[in-house]
Design a protein around this ligand. Sequence first.
Ligand code: TMP
Ligand code: ASP
Length: 253
Amino acid sequence: MARRKKIYEGKAKTLYEGPEPGTIVQYFKDDATAFNAEKRATIEGKGVLNNMLSEYFMLGLTNIGIPNHFIKRLNMREQLVRACEIVPLEVIVRNYAAGSMAKRLGIEEGMQLPRPVVEYCLKDDKLGDPLVTEEHIAAFGWASQQDMDDILSLALRVNDFLSGVMYGVGIRLVDFKIEIGRVYDGDYQRLIVADEISPDSCRLWDIETGQKLDKDVFRRDLGSLTDAYTEVARRLGVMPKANVSASKPTLIN
Ligand code: TMP
Ligand code: ASP
C-alpha cells in the first residue's frame, strides 16, 4: 500500500497530503507542549478530543458564514481540510486579562477588559512567537493592510461566536488564538480561519467556579487535561463515541 506523503509535522498535529489536490489531512496527536516545547507530555485521548472539538467549532463557524478550512472529519483523529498558505501570525483575542498579557502589563488574571483586545504574534518558534505590532506586520510584509482589516474582522466574529457558544454551557471564553490561511479562487485571494480551535488554543474558565478547562491545566500542573477537555466536550454534547483513553480495562460494578 502506498504511504501517504507527510507535508508537515507540528507540535500537536501532523499534516498529510489529502486525496484531492488542494486538500490536506490534519492528524491530531496526543502530544502536548508548553513554553515553546520546554515542557512536553503525551496525554492519551487529547488528539481525539481536539479533533472532535475543532470540528464542532469550525462547523459552527461555517453555519454562521465565517469562512474556514474545515471540510469533514475522517475518523477519530483526522479531518480533511482545505489547503491554504498560513499567514505567519498568531492572532490572539482577549476578553479577560490572563497569561502573557496579565504578566506583561502587571494586571491581575481574570479582570474583564473594557473591550476585546486583539494581539498579533509572529509565528516563529525559534524566536518564541514574539508579540508584534501592525507596524512590524506592514513593514516586513507579513500581511497587507487589506489582510489586516479582514483578519481583525474574522477574529472579532470568531470571538463573538465562541464567547456565545461557551456562555451557553457555563464557560467563560477568556482568550483564544487562531491562525489564518490564504486561499486562491481564480485571480482572487481570500482569508479563512485555519489550523484548529480547541482547548489547546483557548482559555476556558467555568463561569461559576473559575475552574480552568483548557491547556493551562497542563501548563500549570492543575490536574488531568483529559478530564478538563472531556468536560468541555460533554457540556457541548461533543463526546467521542468510543472511550478516548480505553487503554486499561476498568471494572464495572
Ligand atoms: P498567552 O497569554 O500565553 O499569550 O496566550 C494567549 C492565548 O493563546 C491563550 O488562549 C493560549 C493561546 N496560545 C496558543 O494557542 N499557542 C501558544 O503557543 C501560546 C503561547 C498561546
Ligand atoms: N504551543 C506552545 C508550545 O509548546 C505552548 C503553549 O501553548 O503554551 O510551544
